[in-house]
Design a protein around this ligand. Structure first.
Ligand SMILES: [Zn+2]
Ligand SMILES: [Zn+2]
Length: 77
């Protein structure tokens, strides 16, 4: 089954609507999860600093010193 991930925290849901209707504690721009529109990868890289992790949730749970909009790493598409 397809999984849709939040780019801010790595939460996954089976549909976009269920993802974007639940609230996100890490989205700096709004209160709901924000869809990660890139493809599923074995490694996710932060678009601001290049740090990589094996999952979106582990990437977004560590803080980024180069993100101008928020405090956590943000996966590149
Ligand atoms: Zn989220
Ligand atoms: Zn980063």
């Amino acid at each position: 089954m397809a999984k849709f991930y939040c780019q801010c925290c790595g939460t996954d849901r089976s549909s976009v609507s269920s993802l974007t209707s639940s609230s996100c504690s890490k989205n700096p721009n709004g209160k709901y999860h924000s869809l990660y529109e890139g493809s599923e990868k074995s490694k996710y890289t932060c678009k601001y600093c290049g740090t990589d992790r094996s999952s979106i949730s582990s990437l977004t749970s560590s803080s980024c010193s180069k993100n101008p909009n928020g405090k956590y790493h943000v996966p590149a598409m």
